[in-house]
Design a protein around this ligand. Structure first.
Ligand code: UDP
Length: 334
């Protein structure tokens, strides 16, 4: 059974990927500093999987800890999520973002190289494509950054591209991951007022926020609101399993989009969520948000051809699973 180091494995996408890896028969060790994850996630992962969870609480910037992990476990591959991910915060704290995201990756790669582990799946993002009217976007579209966060993802990809042929590297460019695990026991859980659409709508559904502000209805899209390629977090997690399997089986590197190829507008998502929670959720049109583009959707064919990856879950599934998780959490805390 191959053993995988999952950095950031207690976070939103990391925790779902943990479960997908366990289900696929991998042995997994988590490394997470819990800066953006709840302390009870490992216990929840144990309840869902029925298996002991192996967690190191620590940072990818801690080389001594990384060396200790690689010396203790015979790791066959790494899935690297541990990074900062808020675009707005990256504008305010560019050095923090570069330190954690680029420095963390470098530190991890040096530790891996030292231990002779040369297989890595890297969390990248559709943000590497910048502001482009080419939609849906193919992987060979040029990369350009529009924020320090995006810079760190492009820099990470470019660092990985410098590694010699004895490395096998999976670069996964995520579109808009949403939804929660079918168990409703893990999901996205932002502490502050959410910046992202679905977590914000979820808080309107619970009554914590009064209404959704729709950022612009004068885009060149069917209903005037922004269009994105939302992908269920469990589909995204499955994409990581396929990426890792491909690296292990073929030793060939790949760079692929993980999206559905389908675009949904802000109002489409709001309506699907209203349907999922059984009440009409209010909204108000607001000015456009700085830095937003009209449309961002994936060309999904390469992931299918290279990995056999195809997103299976619908927008309705994404909203239903999000609501089951958020509503369950609210009931537990009352
Ligand atoms: N959006 C919105 N209101 C919000 C949050 C987001 O109208 O409170 C819109 C945003 O303008 C974009 C879409 O929802 O068109 C997705 O935004 P999100 O921040 O979730 O992801 P992004 O695509 O920006 O990474």
């Amino acid at each position: 059974m191959a053993k995988i180091l999952l950095t950031g494995g207690a976070g939103y996408i990391g925790s779902h990927t943990y479960l997908a890896l366990i289900e696929a028969g991998f042995d997994v060790v988590i490394l997470d500093n819990f800066s953006n994850a709840k302390d009870d996630v490992p216990a929840r992962l144990k309840d869902i999987s029925g298996k002991q969870v192996h967690v190191y609480q620590g940072d990818v910037l801690d080389r001594t800890l990384l060396d200790d992990v690689f010396a203790t476990h015979k790791i066959d591959g790494v899935v690297h999520f541990a990074a900062k991910k808020a675009v707005g915060e990256s504008v305010a704290k560019p050095l923090d973002y570069i330190h954690t995201n680029v420095g963390g990756l470098l530190n991890l790669l040096a530790a891996m190289d030292g231990a002779g582990v040369r297989r890595i799946v890297f969390s990248s993002s559709a943000t590497v494509y910048g502001d482009t009217s080419v939609q849906p976007i193919p992987e060979d579209h040029p990369c350009t950054y529009t924020s320090p966060y995006a810079f760190t993802k492009i820099a990470g990809e470019q660092i990985l591209e410098q590694l010699p042929d004895n490395w096998a590297i999976g670069i996964l460019r995520y579109f808009n991951p949403v939804g929660a695990h079918q168990s409703a026991m893990i999901g996205e859980d932002p502490e502050d007022t959410p910046n992202n659409l679905v977590p914000y709508i979820a808080k309107v559904a619970t009554g914590e926020l009064t209404q959704l502000g729709v950022f612009g209805n004068d885009y060149d899209t069917p209903d005037g609101t922004g269009v994105r390629d939302y992908i269920h977090v469990e589909d995204l997690a499955d994409g990581h399993v396929l990426s890792l399997k491909s690296l292990i089986e073929t030793n060939q590197s790949h760079t692929v989009n993980l999206g559905t190829g389908e675009g949904s507008s802000v109002l489409d998502v709001l309506n699907a969520y209203s349907e999922a929670c059984g009440k009409k959720l209010p909204h108000q049109i607001k000015p456009r948000r700085d830095g937003d583009v009209a449309v961002l959707t994936a060309r999904p064919e390469k992931a299918k051809a290279t990995l056999g990856f195809e997103a299976k879950r619908s927008l309705a599934d994404m909203c239903k699973s999000s609501w089951a998780w958020v509503n369950g959490q609210r009931r537990n805390s009352n």
